[in-house]
Design a protein around this ligand. Structure first.
Ligand code: 7TS
Length: 409
């Protein structure tokens, strides 16, 4: 299995938690970082640290090369046409907000529609709620199927000629559902709407190709794909980005500054006001090198295998409900569940006592919790370093939790 060779690059995994070897099943929240990424950031600060785009001196040139080199790596990673289409942001949240504040405020007006789904992360709900409130547009939700998937019929029934923006998650952080982004993009375009993709849970796990998807914007975060926190990406089609106004103004993003008027730099820098996230971008570049060396197809296959195995083994536990598609080929390596009436925080606490890290709560998806008719769930999310043994540990931990609470109640 892929993970056996890979684990040695992740020093953090080599420790005990509460007397048990760490089993890290919370990569959906943030992934662990391989030594290659840690070393790239360390090397930058030890040898190359300087500000970018100012450079006459050598360190400044090295920092600029590192930062702009990372942009080219991102471009290639998602198959964008040009580095002008790659904007570094703080993460997915900032990237989606940039689209809502810049494209949205300029192009959406009263009576227009913005279409999202019930399976969105708060970061892909609230920017659109705010935009709808400010413009008088209507926010519409595409209903989910019983198994937590989206049907193209319902997508077609919801998007109309009034729709200006469709914004949908590629892979749900709760259900693990993988959505048919290419088909949904075609439907959006047929009605003259733009397509925004929340790729936070997709970029770490599957091969992205923005030209093939034909989406207009794609947002993702470095920290879920072996990179550091504080760096993310907004991809946008060049023609759209050219028309859009920056949302942050100040240093770095300007061309000429007068007393009362200023002009902006060309793409992508007009959207990167202030000293950029240099070490973060370099770390993300190293993460991309690392993932590409393994191969995104391999990674996706590994996660499907783990998800299938986990669902199979977990379903042998009586009283355990798994949410989302039953068919493992329709989901990424995310398994969200509840155990009888035990509160998910209690389940997660017992698992932690056994060295197993899972997330419990609403997973920043309160509307989806409402749709699932529960307040919260527990979630195991897998990545390249997880093994079959990790799943066995999880299942054993869940049995312990079940016994523990059946004694208590
Ligand atoms: N969209 C999705 C689908 C996500 O899973 C997340 C983070 C975000 C957006 C926001 O990303 P950020 O990097 O800007 O914070 N999801 C999770 C999670 O599932 N548990 O913790 C964070």
């Amino acid at each position: 299995m892929l993970s056996k060779e890979i684990r040695r690059y992740f020093p953090i995994l080599n420790q005990e938690i509460n007397g048990h070897p760490l089993v890290y099943l919370d990569s959906g929240a943030t992934s662990q970082k391989p030594v290659q990424v840690i070393e790239a950031i360390k090397k930058y600060y030890e040898f190359d640290n300087s500000n970018v785009h100012r450079g006459v001196h050598t360190l400044g040139n090295r920092a600029t090369e590192g930062y702009e080199g990372a942009r080219e790596k991102v471009r290639k990673f998602i198959n964008a046409k040009s580095t002008k289409e790659i904007i570094f942001t703080r993460g997915t949240t900032t990237a989606i907000n940039t689209v809502a504040r810049s494209y949205g405020l300029a192009n959406v007006k009263e009576g227009d529609e913005i279409v999202i789904t019930h399976m969105e992360h708060h970061s892909n709900i609230i920017p659109w709620q705010q935009l709808a409130k400010e413009t008088g547009a209507t926010l519409k939700y595409i209903d989910l199927e019983q198994d937590g998937t989206l049907s193209l019929e319902k997508v077609r029934a919801t998007i109309t000629d009034k729709t200006k923006i469709v914004s949908i998650v590629y892979v749900s952080n709760v259900l693990g559902t993988m959505n048919q982004i290419k088909e949904i993009t075609q439907i959006a375009h047929a009605h003259g709407a733009i397509m925004v993709v929340d790729g936070a849970q997709a970029a770490p796990h599957l091969k992205l190709d923005v030209q093939n998807l034909d989406c207009d914007f794609l947002a993702f975060s470095g920290h879920k794909m072996c990179g550091p926190t504080g760096i993310g990406v907004l991809y946008g089609k060049q023609a759209l980005l050219e028309e859009m106004e920056p949302i942050e103004f100040g240093g770095e993003m300007i061309d000429f500054v007068g007393l009362y008027e200023s002009t902006w730099k060309e793409l992508p820098w007009k959207f990167e006001g202030g000293t950029p996230i240099i070490a973060g971008a370099i770390g993300l570049g190293a993460a991309i090198d690392f993932l590409e060396e393994i191969g995104l197809e391999e990674i996706e296959k590994h996660e499907h295998e783990l998800a299938a195995l986990a669902m199979d083994k977990m379903s042998s536990i009586e009283g355990l409900t798994i949410y989302g598609p039953k068919d493992p080929s329709k989901r990424a390596g995310i398994v969200t569940f509840n155990l009888d009436d035990v509160h998910p925080h209690d389940v997660a606490t017992v698992l932690d006592m056994n060295g197993i890290a899972v997330r419990a709560g609403h997973h920043c998806a309160q509307p989806l919790m409402k749709w699932l008719q529960c307040n919260s769930t527990a979630r195991a999310s897998f990545y390249i370093y997880n093994t079959e043994e990790d799943i066995d540990q999880l299942v054993a931990g869940l049995r312990t939790a079940k016994e523990y609470f059946s004694d208590v109640f």
